[in-house]
Design a protein around this ligand. Structure first.
Ligand code: URA
Ligand code: SF4
Length: 198
């Protein structure tokens, strides 16, 4: 039997709700644990993601994986990883407002069905999408923000770390904060469902 999340992924795989459908190779819906307590949101699939159908498999993804491993002691299978828009913008341009809006219901459904404790927003686009307002990532990062049923932790996009190595300490610091928040979380229904850290 298909889960609701699988059903929506299948539905999204043929989506033509915005113009990004025209140039994509395939829709990159998201990967990982459908019961993850930590969900990452990036910006949009790039070249390799569009080819492979999986988010964050290029250089930025390697850095993300490594930080998930080193700081959280987890692998990408333990968490859930997705993007603000599920199709690659041509030449990796920024996603446009109409595309972000058209794709938003998929992100909302993912959040509703996965129901994470922490939502890590990677960069400006993800943070804007989740908080619903314009932000500057370097000003807003370094703390958690309560939003609906989860804690939003905005941090730099890993591609920004690759461009500017000085940001790595802040990036790792934000992962340490997430680790602390995950260990502090004692919601009874989560503990009984998932007795381990994830
Ligand atoms: N950058 C993103 O924002 N998302 C990906 O999936 C890959 C790179
Ligand atoms: Fe559909 Fe989102 Fe792809 Fe646009 S980006 S075609 S809304 S799945």
């Amino acid at each position: 039997m298909m889960t609701e999340l699988e059903r929506i992924e299948k539905e999204a795989s043929t989506c033509v709700k915005c113009k990004l459908s025209r140039a994509r190779t395939q829709v990159v819906f998201g990967v990982g644990n459908p019961h993850a307590r930590l969900l990452f949101i990036g910006e949009a699939p790039g070249f390799y993601e569009d080819q492979q159908g999986e988010p964050f498999v290029g250089a930025a993804g390697k850095l993300l994986d490594r930080t998930i491993n080193d700081v959280l002691g987890l692998s990408r299978k333990d968490v859930y990883i997705t993007n603000v828009v599920k199709c690659r913008p041509p030449n990796n341009r920024d996603p446009e407002p109409d595309e972000i809006e058209a794709c938003h219901p998929y992100l909302q459904k993912q959040l509703e069905l996965i129901s994470p404790v922490i939502v890590c927003a990677l960069g400006n686009f993800a943070t804007r999408a989740i908080l619903g307002k314009a932000v500057n990532i370097s000003r807003i990062r370094g703390k958690s923000i309560e939003k609906n049923n989860y804690l939003v932790v905005p941090t730099y996009h890993p591609a920004a770390i690759l461009r500017n190595g000085n940001l790595i300490d802040s990036f790792q610091g934000d992962f340490k904060l997430m680790k602390k928040l995950l260990l502090e979380d004692r919601k009874p229904e989560k503990v009984s469902e998932q007795p381990t850290l994830f």
